[in-house]
Design a protein around this ligand. Structure first.
Ligand code: SAM
Length: 276
């Protein structure tokens, strides 16, 4: 019997389809007439890969528990997402941020192996990141929260960042405190770097998050905080590979060019430095 009659077309084509990246999705689309929905889409990233919070693991369960509690708090009006006031679908927004928040959760949990005593965030806004960071360690570490809770200043912005002038004028420290009720936090209000002159930087930091939407205060924060980050700790950046943040990316790359550690850029646009 000729070979083509003994083997089905599917069997013959399978090795070729498996060998070409993306070919299986094209075949499925032709066969089923529509694209299967992506596993995740949001915050500039779409993927067909199964997200880690669907794993049967402790960290996945803990992350989902924190995420569900936040959804309930937003729904009940206990947590206000003032930064996304114009977005009418707040829960959809939270869903789209899940990969971002998973990286926050994971890096905090990993950084605790460093033995560093505290968590720090520079750029807090309503407290979304701080919420996930504190839940990752069940509130066991104090989180120091630095923010101006006032509009961004012209002198902090490069020409390429001038679109941010006046941003965040609507934030209030009181609202963030209410959002983060029960979190083991110390609030440090003031503009970076001036605030570093009046507030003593925590001695031993396990995890530092920098999310300031501007390269100058990002560098100022690194210069002040880096020596306090414990060996084995992590420094997470929110704005590393976002479009429109190329100066932040260059500043971060330059800062770490002579430091001992490894930088991992992530597809969400975040980046994390693991300090050796
Ligand atoms: C993108 S938001 C932070 C979002 C926050 N991490 C979250 O997850 O919701 C940027 C924050 O940086 C703060 N910020 C910007 N420049 C600052 C500076 N020089 N000093 C202190 N805070 C600043 C703003 O007030 C704003 O709250």
């Amino acid at each position: 019997m000729p070979f083509f009659q003994s083997a089905s077309l599917k069997e013959i084509t399978k090795p070729f389809i498996d060998a070409i990246p993306g070919a299986r999705q094209i075949v499925q689309r032709v066969r089923h007439g529509k694209k299967p929905p992506p596993e995740f889409s949001g915050w500039g990233m779409t993927t067909n890969r199964v997200p880690p919070w669907k794993n049967d693991s402790q960290i996945a369960r803990d992350f989902l528990k924190a995420n569900d509690a936040l959804i309930a708090a937003v729904r009940d009006g206990h947590f206000h997402m003032t930064q996304y006031a114009d977005n009418t679908d707040k829960l959809g927004m939270l869903r789209s941020l899940m990969w971002r928040h998973y990286f926050v959760f994971w890096t905090v949990r990993h950084a605790t192996v460093s033995g560093g005593e505290s968590l720090v965030e520079c750029g807090v806004s309503d407290g979304l990141t701080a919420y996930f960071a504190s839940h990752a360690v069940n509130n066991a570490k104090k989180i120091y929260l630095y923010d101006a809770w006032e509009k961004m200043l012209e002198e902090d912005l490069l020409e390429s960042e001038s679109r941010h002038m006046g941003d965040y004028a609507y934030l209030t420290l009181e609202r963030t405190k209410k959002n983060l009720e029960g979190v083991n936090a110390e609030y440090v209000k003031g503009h970076i770097p001036d605030v570093f002159k009046t507030h003593k930087t925590p001695e031993s930091i396990a995890w530092l998050h920098i999310d300031l939407n501007a390269s100058k205060p990002t560098t100022d924060s690194l210069e002040e905080m880096y020596r306090h980050v414990a060996s084995g700790g992590a420094i997470l950046f929110d704005d590393y590979a976002g479009r429109g943040f190329k100066d932040t990316r260059s500043a971060v790359d330059k800062f770490f060019s002579d430091k001992g550690g490894l930088f991992l850029p992530m597809p969400t646009g975040q980046g994390v430095f693991f300090k050796y």
